[in-house]
Design a protein around this ligand. Structure first.
Ligand code: GLU
Length: 228
């Protein structure tokens, strides 16, 4: 019997301060890692270089430390791995699974293309059943719900989907604990894991902290920085 140590991660994007929803997620990860005698790693998801800022990253790291959440090992910063993501995307391209789209959301032509996954071709080459374990329950992945997803853009040569899937594998993550706003994205992540021949971790999508109006906390709506 091979015993695989449980490995969790917290993966904030430094495009704002840590709010109560992030702190809840980080604490849940820390508790679950502790309960399993596993480790918790920190990843900074800063591929969106137009919105991420070093001072937000520093503030997030300081707030997590103040909250008493301890991480093992080195911080993985996605902006340091653009060439790795680009190489993996090129692998998919070489397999004929990607195409360039110059269309914008409004249907107008754009000079900055998006690299999209040909969903039909991708589904045709995966032979194993696509599923993930959600809180122990088997969920069938239906990536076709998303159609041809964008995996990279001319300006940013990767995407959340590609980077998160590759990094979960690079960091040996066995358990992904994150907000339920990312539940539907898991359909794509499971497909990408199959295409890249990577293991699928177990998933636990948790409820979101809401404000007095019942809206989920978000940086874009100016949720307050946690006070510690
Ligand atoms: N970076 C994402 C966020 O800040 C989290 C991604 C994930 O946990 O998969 O919402």
């Amino acid at each position: 019997v091979v015993f695989k140590m449980s490995c969790f991660r917290f993966a904030p994007s430094p495009n704002g301060y840590l709010h109560a929803g992030h702190l809840y997620s980080a604490r849940l990860n820390a508790e679950m890692a502790m309960a399993r005698g596993g480790t918790l790693l920190l990843r900074i998801e800063d591929i969106d270089i137009t919105r991420c800022r070093p001072h937000f990253e520093a503030a997030i790291i300081a707030d997590l430390a103040k909250a008493g959440i301890n991480f093992t090992g080195e911080v993985r910063r996605q902006s340091e791995h653009f060439s790795f993501y680009a190489a993996k995307i090129e692998e998919l391209n070489a397999r004929g699974l990607l195409y360039r789209s110059y269309e914008t959301r409004t249907g107008r032509k754009n000079e900055n293309y998006a690299l999209k996954l040909d969903m039909q071709k991708a589904l045709a080459i995966v032979s194993k059943p696509l599923f993930w374990l959600e809180k122990g329950e088997r969920i069938e992945a239906k990536p076709e719900l998303w159609g041809d997803v964008t995996l990279a853009r001319k300006e940013i040569p990767t995407s959340y989907h590609v980077s998160v899937v590759l990094d979960d594998a690079m960091q040996g993550i066995t358990h992904v604990v994150r907000g339920e706003d990312l539940y539907e994205q898991t359909h794509i992540h499971v497909l990408l894991q199959a295409l890249f021949n990577l293991p699928t971790p177990a998933y636990h999508h948790h409820g979101l902290i809401v404000d007095a109006e019942g809206e989920k906390l978000s940086k874009s709506k100016g949720a307050a920085r946690v006070s510690l």
